[in-house]
Design a protein around this ligand. Structure first.
Ligand code: ASP
Ligand code: MG
Length: 444
């Protein structure tokens, strides 16, 4: 069994749904279960409709209606009635919001659930119409029980048993289940959502709990790239990364799964394959446990950068041989809700990086009471995500490159997971550094 997840852009309209059917058709012998997002930007449009109901007291869903009804018509599906019932329920809900001019987080979850519920019914009907034994399911019919944290609910432990209990018999019976991503119900039977982009988590949860062979996440990019293609023209897809490497990459906004979505598969070691539904031929990127990532002979997986970073140097002779100094420093940042990214320390100083979006005025006043503080803006973090076992080689090569192009490294840190080696350089040098590192590690 495998799980195939298609995001909103992969099921955006009738022609994209036909394309999904083509992809599914070639893998039927692997016994897939499908997880779908809402069509296109439907989730956003539902939220906009809610705002309109709330602020203007109007029910306006013509865009949503048109998108779904056009798809049914184009695909010649006999489900106008079923979809009509859902759309009517949606309109009644919006009328309610328009009337009472109130929108709770709980109601919002009920509202956005229509996107995925419409989507699976249309796609399942199409797959059925071309001869597949497809059946649409709302996730709560198949064991998705969450807590009541509306807007970002967490699945309950029971789901680990319930989901396979429901899904495996379907798969054995040769049913092709087409399941809503993103949504669940709490113990009181109230609809919840798993957070924006939550369909990935629905898919990985099914794959892990059913011990599937793999989960394929179909997106609109060729997988994880070796660098940002806007900076490095020769950036290319990475064949495979470990879960840890993927988590490090997510921090830089790489097109991977949210770390939360990887958790179920990390538990069971289920491989995740990120594929491009707009470019089926591309091999995509495999995210898998460290042990099986051996095919990848290059020491480095990807090079990323993050600009607009602040470097804060905190120096105090009081730190020498003292305890509690670092705790004091970090508690000051915590009190001011400032999240620290990289840290490097010596006996008498600590350097750390922050996003420039933080206002440091107040925190600096407090820090100044215990140390001298220097804030440098206009910095960038350049990170090399690579093979844990070859970190010395990576460090040596990277230092040599920086020296060669005349870039001074102002701070260096190797994450505890050791898959991430990060340098601080001037913002103006970031692009050049990434290019030079990519050239050395990938293009020579
Ligand atoms: N449709 C939801 C969203 O747009 C969930 C998802 O696509 O994963 O956030
Ligand atoms: Mg979406």
């Amino acid at each position: 069994m495998i799980v195939m997840k298609f995001g909103g852009s992969s099921v955006a309209d009738a022609s994209r749904i036909r394309h999904v059917a083509e992809i599914v058709k070639t893998q039927l012998e692997k016994k897939p279960a499908l997880v779908l997002s809402a069509m296109g930007d439907t989730t956003d449009h539902l939220l906009e409709a809610a705002e309109t109901a709330l602020k203007e007291g109007k029910v306006e869903i013509s865009h949503i209606e048109k998108l779904h009804l056009t798809a049914i018509k184009t695909l010649k599906l006999p489900i106008q009635k079923e979809i009509g019932v859902l759309l009517d329920e949606l309109k009644r809900l919006l009328s309610g919001i328009a009337l009472i001019r109130e929108l709770t987080v709980r109601t919002k979850d009920y509202l956005v659930s229509f996107g995925e519920r419409l989507s699976v019914r249309i796609s399942a009907a199409y797959l059925k119409s071309i001869g597949m034994n497809a059946r649409a399911f709302d996730a709560w019919e198949l064991g998705f029980i969450s807590n009541s944290g509306y807007g970002h609910a967490e699945l309950l432990k029971e789901s680990w048993d319930l989901i396979p209990q429901k899904i495996l018999p379907l798969i054995k019976g040769n049913v092709l289940p087409v399941i809503t991503g993103f949504i669940a119900k709490d113990e009181n039977n109230i609809i919840t959502t798993l957070g924006r982009g939550g369909s990935d988590l629905s898919a990985t949860m099914i794959a892990a709990s059913c011990r599937a062979d793999e989960v394929q996440v179909w997106k609109d990019v060729d997988g994880i790239l070796t660098a940002d293609p806007r900076i490095v023209k020769k950036a290319r897809p990475v064949q495979s990364v470990t879960y840890d490497e993927a988590a490090e990459l997510a921090y830089f906004g790489a097109q991977v799964l949210h770390p939360r979505a990887m958790q179920p598969c990390m538990k069971t070691g289920t491989p995740v394959l990120v594929k491009n539904s707009y470019n089926i031929e591309a091999p995509g990127t495999r995210i898998e446990p460290a042990s099986s990532g051996g095919k990848n002979r290059l020491p480095v997986r990807a090079i990323t950068s993050r600009q607009n970073v602040m470097l804060v140097d905190i120096v105090s002779t009081r730190m020498l041989g003292q305890y509690g100094f670092l705790a004091e420093v970090f508690s000051i940042f915590a009190r001011h809700n400032i999240s620290v990214d990289m840290v490097a320390t010596s006996e008498v100083s600590v350097s750390l990086t922050l996003d420039t979006s933080h206002d440091l005025t107040e925190a600096k006043k407090e820090l100044n009471k215990i140390a001298s503080v220097e804030i440098k803006t206009g910095k960038a973090i350049v990170s090399i995500i690579g093979n844990v076992k070859r970190s010395s080689e990576i460090l040596a090569r990277a230092s040599k490159i920086c020296q060669y192009i005349g870039v001074t490294v102002q701070m260096i840190s190797q994450g505890a997971s050791k898959v991430n080696i990060s340098f601080i350089v001037n913002d103006t040098e970031a692009v050049e550094t990434v290019k030079a590192l990519h050239l050395d590690f990938f293009e020579s």
